[in-house]
Design a protein around this ligand. Structure first.
Ligand code: BG6
Length: 300
């Protein structure tokens, strides 16, 4: 299928009717719907669907740099590139056989990319949709260079929420975080679940493998399970910052929350020939499901 501006996109569907849409622009998941057809990811009504700008919403891939913590553009170049489809992907391994419906996208550096980041890599992104509608993203980055290189990474996941004031995150209590609003100063979270009443732009460190985002009004809980991604970014621009973002509506901060599985504080280093894998699985359970059922304690 063709996207709005002629860029290819791929739609995955499961037998129950859940779906996910992946754009070759950025290798970005731009839609994820449950069996009732409800959209679970936020996309701004002002999003610009044209490179070189990443689409405001869905799940942009931040690679090989998160934020401005290096010499590259904010969040690195991967989200602004046109990825290719691997027509002949390796089969699902038993540990990945999470869904029957999957697509592999590839990104390799162009001559231009090598000028600003001189490291040859191959990035394979597998997006798969399970029979139960959960969405799995598996990123594999291989060093095909003669020298080691390091990178940071995030799945910048824009969750759609009913009203940010009704949302809380469980699983990040008592953890240390770097605050991007205060010059990356380090703080420690209090014991309560995280709620929102102002701009939040944080990187939580050494987080558990499972984090839950509870949307009280919609009676819906997003469960984020991850591997190889020790950090969690939490971002909501709130009122003032929203107005400064050209591709974001003034009031849209109420309907979204970014919660990203990430590797930021300690960049990943790959020696020649080595490969790194980072997985993030998103699923939805009704809020009546007690969060004690989730193993929020195991460290990732
Ligand atoms: C967050 C950063 O994760 O992403 C913020 O910490 C940034 O500082 C936000 O504003 C959105 O970034 P961008 O480049 O997509 O506007």
């Amino acid at each position: 299928t063709k996207d709005w501006n002629g860029i290819d996109k791929v739609v995955l569907r499961n037998p129950g009717g859940a779906s996910a849409r992946v754009s070759l622009h950025g290798g970005q998941v731009t839609s994820w719907r449950n069996e009732q057809g409800e959209e679970l990811l936020f996309t701004s009504s002002k999003a610009i669907f044209k490179p070189p700008k990443a689409v405001r919403g869905g799940i942009p891939i931040c690679f090989p740099q998160f934020g401005y913590c290096g010499s590259l553009e904010q969040h690195g170049f991967a989200r602004n590139k046109i990825w290719t489809i691997d027509e002949n992907p390796p089969p699902l391994s038993p540990s990945d056989s999470h869904g029957k419906s999957f697509i592999d996208l590839l990104l390799k550096p162009s001559e231009e990319d090598l000028k600003c980041w001189p490291h040859s890599f191959e990035f394979r992104l597998r997006v798969s949709l399970a029979a139960d509608g959960s969405l799995m993203l598996i990123s594999r980055v291989r060093n095909v260079n003669g020298k080691p290189f390091s990178f940071s990474f995030a799945y910048h996941t824009y969750l759609s929420v009913s009203d940010i004031s009704e949302v809380r995150i469980e699983g990040l209590e008592t953890l240390d975080y770097l605050d991007n609003i205060c010059q990356k100063e380090r703080f420690t979270e209090q014991g309560d679940a995280i709620t929102f009443e102002a701009e939040v732009d944080r990187v939580y460190l050494s987080t558990p493998n499972v984090v839950a985002v509870l949307d009280h009004e919609r009676k819906r809980t997003y469960v984020i399970r991850k591997e190889g991604l020790p950090d969690v970014v939490v971002w909501n621009p709130w009122e003032k910052k929203s107005k400064s973002l050209v591709d974001f509506g003034d009031d849209e901060y109420k309907q979204m929350l970014c919660v990203d599985g990430a590797a930021i504080e300690k960049p990943v280093t790959l020696k020649p020939g080595e490969e790194w894998t980072g997985r993030q699985e998103l699923s939805v359970v009704p809020s009546t499901f007690c969060s004690e059922h989730l193993d929020l304690q195991s460290n990732g």
